[in-house]
Structure formats: C-alpha cells, structure tokens
Design a protein around this ligand. Sequence first.
Ligand code: PLP
Length: 415
Amino acid sequence: MAVTQERSAGLDVARIREDFPILSRTIGGKPLVYLDSTNTAQRPRQVIDAEREFYEQHNANAHRAIYFLGEEATDLYEGARAKTARFLGAPDPSTIVFTRGTTESVNLVAHAWGRKFLKEGDEILLTEMEHHSDIVPWQFAARDTGAVLRYLGLTDDGLLDLSNLEALLTERTKILCVTGMSNSLGTITPLPRLIEAAHAVGALVLVDGAQLVPHRGANVVELDCDFLAFSGHKMLGPTASGGLFAKRELLEAMDPFLGGGEMINEVFHDHSTFNEVPWKFEAGTMNVAQEVAFGAAIDYLEALGMDRVREHEEAITAYALERLSEVGARIFGPTDVAVHGGVVSFWYRDVHPHDLATILNEEGVAIRAGHHCNQLVMRRYGVPATARASFYVYNTVQEVDALVEALGKAESVFT
Ligand code: PLP
C-alpha cells in the first residue's frame, strides 16, 4: 500500500481537488466520494470560468460575423481546435472535426464514410467490448449497405480474444472499430498490434477514444489510426464538446454528414458544393462556448501531464483492485494495471449492483450500476449489470477506502 501511495505522489491531488468546486459538496451530511468519472468527469474551475468568460466577454457565432466579437469567437473556437490537434498529436487542425462527442463522431463516420464506401459483402469488424455507440451506428450502416458485422470476442479475464484475429480480419474487412479502453472492464486494448494487422489487409481503423484519451492520452500519428472519436465531458470539459480526428484524405473523400449552414461553399436550386474540411462536417451553429472551454480542459490536463495522470490512475486502480479482492468482490476485467485503466467493475457478495449503488449513495459514495452501454460484455460474463467505480485526477486512495467501508454497510443490509 505504501508503494501505491508513493506512486500516486506524481499528482498533487489535494491541490487539484481545490480546483473542483463540486468535490467540497456533502451528500446527506457525508463528503461526496465521486467515483463515476467514466460516466462523466467533474469540471475544474478553469473550465467553468472559460465557458462563463466566453459568454460574458466574447459571445458571438463563430465563422459568421466580421464584427469584433465575431472574430474573437472564431479565433477562440479555432484556437480550441488547434489545442485539440496538438493534444492528440494530429498533423494539423483541419483533421479535427468538432462534434457533440464520441457518439456523434462514430455516427458521422458510419454515415459519411460507411454509406459511401461500404458495399454488399464487405465486413465491419467490431469487438464485443464496444460501447453501444460503437455498435449501433455500424448496425445501421450494415443494414443500409449490405455489409456484414463480425466481432472479436473476449477472454475469461476481460481481454480481447485475438486467437482468431487472422480469420476475422481478411481482405473483406473494410474497417475495424475498436475501443482503446473499455468503459466496463477497464481493459486497455493492444491498439498498435490491431492497427497494424488491420492495415495489412487494407482495412481502416476507427478507435473509440472516449476512455483512452482522458485516461491515457493518445497520439494519432504514433498510433496511425484512421479515425479517433473522443468526448470532452469525460476529460474535464463541458457536455456536448469533443470531436473526431480523421486523416485528411479520408475527410476529403467522405460525403458530408449533416447539411446546413456553413458546411457549404455554394447552394443552387438542385445541388450544393461543400466547404473545405473540417467545416464541411460542421453544419449549423456549433457548441462554440463548449469547445472553447474544452480547450481549457486540455490546457488543464497538459499542465498536469498525461504521464502523471496515467501513473496516478494506475496507482489508485491497483489499490482498488487489491482492496476489492481482499473483501471478496468478483472483479470483471484484467488484474494487471498495465492493461487495466482507471475503472473497476465488480459484484459484491450477491448484492445486486443497483441495490449496492443505492446503499453506497447513502454513504455519499457515487458509483454507477448497470450494463454501462455494454450489453455484449454483460452477456459474455453472464450478469445483467455490474457495479462500477472509476477514478480520475482528483480521486484518492482514501476514497477507495470509503468505497470499501460502504460495501461493508451494504453487506449488513442485504445479507
Ligand atoms: N465509448 C465509450 C468507451 C464510452 O465509455 C462512452 C461513454 O460512456 C461512449 C463511447 C459514448 O460517449 P458519449 O456519450 O460522450 O458520446
């Protein structure tokens, strides 16, 4: 345990917590223990201030006004795009399309790339670990194009089962869609190996970075992924912020997703021509203030350093896995923290996760219970739901202790 605490010293968590006003709340007279960042993270004052300041000082629509405020709003919005590109190691800002987050980004690709380039008999390779937002849009694309869905399965210990990778990844595969980090099992997937194998058969790769980007960071050039989807609200930013990285030649080849203002070049009675990328994919008024504040979230994470964020999470996760195992919880997902990000799914005794979450709530401990939009994972492991605790830059080992202590209370109520 001493090692755990020492290793987590990479971040000054006490100092960080001061930046998050919500963490000083009490729930029913008990300090809030927020263990649901995988669902949505809390926001530091710097992000809240950036959004407020935008409305107080700079509010105008981006790309639509030549007056002073309009130019300021445009500069701030495009500045956030440049920060996002830098954070992801993207070659240039035009490869970043702002969206409402991962769900919209995957839908964009499934629609704008899928409907144009998939045809009958083509295969889309998914994994059973995918969030519903990286399954359902592909089901729609398969239905509309005649393409076929295939799935990589899971091993008993929560890893991707790669034993039949070669059989599943063939010249018929046009795209592999894979999460970088599972939101229910915590599993960090072997992206470099998967991307290399997919490219070797000519398939593109879409990485669902909803969890990977906030918790481990990602460099799209090193990964050589074709698409990377991410959500601002899971990495300290506002809701409805985030976006999609895509290689520029793909964005240029794809048809637009939504039609409307600003995504056009010229509009005629019977057809239109389209704006350059990335604006071709940003129809209508965007979430300007939210993306600007998302830029502030990136500043915040960069100041902490993603290596330190990762180290901190590994330490807390190792501690949580150890403590939960000690008290006899059944853990879902890998036990090795090198491949287990900061989210731990478990069953405690035979208490249903919803009952557990209800009792924990009375102790001020906020965890998520449910299928986590991962019904294929739940089915694979034969449970309807799991209890899930997840960690971020502001969580402490003491909060893991509070979780374990609260589990003891749940046990006395239900067994
Ligand atoms: N993919 C993963 C792995 C997720 O964890 C989530 C959200 O929990 C999503 C996709 C969907 O993200 P959003 O709701 O921000 O679009």
